[in-house]
Design a binder for this molecule. Sequence first.
Ligand SMILES: [Mg+2]
Length: 327
Amino acid sequence: MPRATGPTLPDTLPGAPPRPDAVDFERVRERALGAYLGLAVGDALGATTEFMIPAEIRARHGVHQNMTGGGWLHLKPGQITDDTQMSLALGNALLEAGGMDPHCVARHYLAWMAAKPVDIGHTVRRGLVRYRALGTVEAAYSPHAAGNGGAMRNLPVVLATLGDRAAFVEWSLAQARVTHNHPEADAGTLLLGDLTRQALLLGGEAPVQTLIRTWTEAFPAFDPRRFRGETDGYVVHTARTVLHFFTNTFDFESCLVATVNQGGDADTNGALAGALAGAFYGPDAIPGRWLKRLDPNARRAIEGQVDALLERFPPCPRRAVTPAGSP
Ligand SMILES: [Mg+2]
């Protein structure tokens, strides 16, 4: 399969090694919930401003900061789109197969497409049509496959591989390449997944700036200092946008509001910023007015899947509970 220009993945993943000794199961569970609810909230919030430019958003909404639905897809307030739905499909595939089986993942993606989702990206559709026709689980390399579709749905893999960094890399690439085969798509999926992974393990202690520096030394294009407001679905622009707003804000709400008011691919940018910020700041940082409006079926599915993934793929040993009355 031809591999054209673009960065190749390093042998070892840049960034800090995981610190399983510093991991507390209950804290990780909380942060995992924060990340997944953050993903869905960012998706639903951003869908309103998808494909708009900042001036249009200002003219129509002032500052877009409430779950109003609408947008080009005419959504209900709190309605989620492909970003959250494909994540749930991936998580269900991991649970069904008990690990990474790309055929199982592709079948779940295909079932999602067959149910006529409200939105689907071009590269995703092309990849799933190929799987349906040929049964191959890896898309052929395409210079047009550097989109953010693999990155946007990768959170369940991150949650299922918290205890195993090699599996994180392998499973992330396996699920992403069902539809996207491009070195930048690979790198963006791993970069955003790795940052979220470290935030899940270490919360607000995660050395985000160091990680971003290390990652962008290996992949300079992703450096958020190069952010110039481009918010199309190109994974390099997606990563820059998410990292720019995450590193220039100080809480979950301001990170998400800034991200979605940039418009463009606002639902995916919102979803990825929401997952990272939700892991970093925790679920209590997500504004209640957003959670209240979030589609209740999506919320239930997320809560169930977080517990199921962490139960099936434990990030660390659970602490022994000291029996009552013991010294
Ligand atoms: Mg979407």
